[in-house]
Design a binder for this molecule. Structure first.
Ligand code: ADP
Ligand code: MG
Length: 253
């Protein structure tokens, strides 16, 4: 998609868990080529929003479209095959597998069958192509020299970067990252910021949920701020930082 064209559109999204409205009538758009930050205090509904976009836990009502298609009722696998990859809030690296094997996992899901079936029935030629692509993505994120080491030996910051490599193997048009900097040391955060900037410049569109304000403000092009399931504000980091509602509700000043 051309930079600036709408890639993802969330319209009047609602997610109800029994009596709790975790997301209440939230609308926003994400344009190709940008990094959009989704921020808000704990419990604001950010992960719920991710889950309804990715089909993990669909919206109660409202509409999500991706590349012009309505994906509101599509399965997670279908949405992934359309070109939307994600990482999770909690690290999901398999410690006993190598970095290469972990990265290859991101490609199996793009096949027609489930992961396990795909792994068993993958043609040797497809397997070689997937391995080649996984090595390429590991090199892209700076982990190429450790491809054959077990993932469990990596520091947390590198595990998060490995998860990004795994998401990139599917060649996504849109990458969703749920708190990728959580628990990282300062140096690791700076490496992550540099990587995400580079990916954005290479044409990957990114939706980023992040708690670390400083990191968000330096990295994103635009922000959507949520609070108690509602959209509180939207705009550039400068606009959002100057917004009185945001300062009161989120920054506490
Ligand atoms: P955030 O990611 O912004 O911290 P969440 O989206 O995880 O917030 O949670 C938003 C609200 O929805 C919270 O009150 C949370 O307890 C609730 N919630 C999240 N997932 C579920 C679920 N599967 N069942 C019931 N309540 C949930
Ligand atoms: Mg969350």
């Amino acid at each position: 998609p051309q930079p600036g064209t709408p890639l993802l559109s969330v319209q009047h999204a609602v997610k109800q868990f029994g009596g709790l409205r975790a997301v209440g009538d939230v609308s926003f758009e994400l344009r190709a080529g940008e990094i959009l930050g989704l921020i808000g205090p704990n419990g604001a509904g950010k992960s719920t929003m991710f889950n309804l976009i990715t089909g993990v836990n669909p919206a109660t009502s409202g509409r999500v479209s991706f590349l012009g298609q309505d994906i509101s009722r599509r399965s997670a696998g279908h949405i992934h095959r359309l070109g939307l990859s994600r990482t999770f809030q909690h690290v999901k690296v398999l410690p006993d597998l190598t970095l290469l094997e972990n990265t290859m996992m991101g490609g199996y899901a793009r096949g027609r069958a489930g992961i396990i079936r795909s792994m068993l029935h993958l043609e040797r030629r497809e397997e070689a192509a997937l391995q080649h692509e996984a090595l390429r993505q590991l090199a892209r994120v700076g982990l190429g020299d450790q491809a054959f080491a077990p993932a469990g030996g990596l520091a947390l910051g590198q595990q998060r970067i490995l998860e990004i490599a795994r998401a990139l193997v599917a060649d996504p048009a849109l990458l969703l990252l749920d708190e990728p900097a959580a628990g990282l040391r300062y140096g690791e955060k700076m490496e992550l910021v540099a990587l995400l900037r580079r990916l954005r410049d290479e044409g990957v569109t990114i939706l980023l949920v992040e708690h670390d304000m400083e990191l968000v403000m330096t990295l994103v092009d635009r922000l959507v701020v949520m609070n108690y399931g509602e959209k509180l504000a939207e705009g550039t980091p400068q606009q959002v930082q100057g917004n009185a509602d945001v300062r009161e509700a989120y920054l506490g000043v």
